[in-house]
Design a protein around this ligand. Structure first.
Ligand code: FES
Length: 119
């Protein structure tokens, strides 16, 4: 199982049981307000820093031709996803992403959100 943790300042949100959808789509499904614009990997508005777990990130997972490489240690939430192999693996993975200051996570408190469990 892959758990996604999003950090912004003192706010920390965990989404457990992540699937193979774009990271942005999974966070928005949890009612998190994440800044995005083009949603096709071109503007970097959704770029985040990967604190840990970069081995489970699949670049341009949806094959839509990401033209803006956010650089090492960063991900574009709208086009990057989680490796299917990591999702299907028996062991647990934790992917920790840090939102830039000024981005609005929309939640002031720590929260733990479960989705997709029991598949
Ligand atoms: S919203 Fe433009 S790169 Fe993600």
């Amino acid at each position: 199982m892959v758990t996604l943790e999003v950090v912004q300042g003192s706010a920390r949100i965990r989404v457990a049981g992540c699937d193979d959808r774009p990271l942005l789509e999974q966070l928005e499904a949890c009612d998190l307000a994440i800044r995005s614009l083009c949603c096709m990997g071109a503007c970097s508005t959704c770029a985040v820093r990967i604190r840990s777990g970069s081995e489970v990130v699949e670049r341009d997972a949806y094959g839509i031709g990401c033209s803006d490489d956010p650089g090492p240690g960063r991900a574009l939430l709208c086009v990057d996803g989680i490796l299917t192999s990591a999702i299907e693996e028996d062991r647990d993975h934790l992917l920790v992403l840090e939102l830039a200051c000024g981005a609005d996570l929309g939640l002031p408190h720590t929260a733990l959100i479960f989705q997709g469990l029991g598949r």
